[in-house]
Write a protein that binds this ligand. Sequence first.
Ligand SMILES: CCCCCCCC/C=C\CCCCCCCC(=O)SCCNC(=O)CCNC(=O)[C@H](O)C(C)(C)COP(=O)(O)OP(=O)(O)OC[C@H]1O[C@@H](n2cnc3c(N)ncnc32)[C@H](O)[C@@H]1OP(=O)(O)O
Length: 194
Amino acid sequence: MSGTSARLTPPADAVKPVRHPDAPAPGELLGSHYEHCFGCGGGQPHGLHLQATAGEGVNVTAEFTVKPAHQGAPGLAHGGVLATAMDEALGALSWLLRVIAVTGRLETDYVLPVPVDTVLFLEAEVTAVHGRKIYCRATGRTGGAEGPVAVRAEALFIEVKVEHFIDNGRPEEIQAAMSDPDQIRRARAFEVNP
Ligand SMILES: CCCCCCCC/C=C\CCCCCCCC(=O)SCCNC(=O)CCNC(=O)[C@H](O)C(C)(C)COP(=O)(O)OP(=O)(O)OC[C@H]1O[C@@H](n2cnc3c(N)ncnc32)[C@H](O)[C@@H]1OP(=O)(O)O
């Protein structure tokens, strides 16, 4: 059973997403937006270490291997961890629009149980844009990119300015990020007008 709430249905005057001309080329590995991100950072031992690849449209693909640290029931992935994987893959779409965006709403359908050691093949795409609102969806398949859907998600991301993080983040991490030239470069890669 699945369904989409009215808040995730784009309004009639929403527009089709446009791949930014300076977006990473199709097939390019997108890299982590922040080393300590639980979803994609290399600095989180139990994180998901998701690596997303740019697609040809406003879409990305990624693989996520379920580790023992990600269990909910014995030998099975925790649903919240699977939602995190979907959130992260959807968040990576920002690279293709060259905007900074955060999750406003995320709805997840859990279709099949996902055992530890499973490789989930994720695909995410933007479906519509309305002002700052970015409508998107994702699937997670087992056994290959054409395998059965185990997880499905729809989401609304909201475009924000870099000040969203500077104003709201804990000062010590913000100061560390702002004094790291590589982090500044990564943050700028999201912004059309840095
Ligand atoms: C250089 C140093 C700094 C480092 C920089 C690092 C660069 C990092 C780069 C990239 C990071 C990306 C990170 C990705 C990680 C994966 C994604 C996540 O997990 S993100 C974390 C979870 N999400 C949140 O923490 C959001 C918390 N919420 C908020 O902050 C606000 O609620 C926010 C920004 C989402 C909206 O607040 P408003 O005041 O800006 O805007 P309003 O007017 O409330 O909403 C705008 C429109 O969106 C709709 N909207 C907002 N929330 C909605 C919702 N939940 N459902 C439906 N519609 C919603 C509203 O109805 C409104 O629509 P109408 O324009 O009137 O048509």
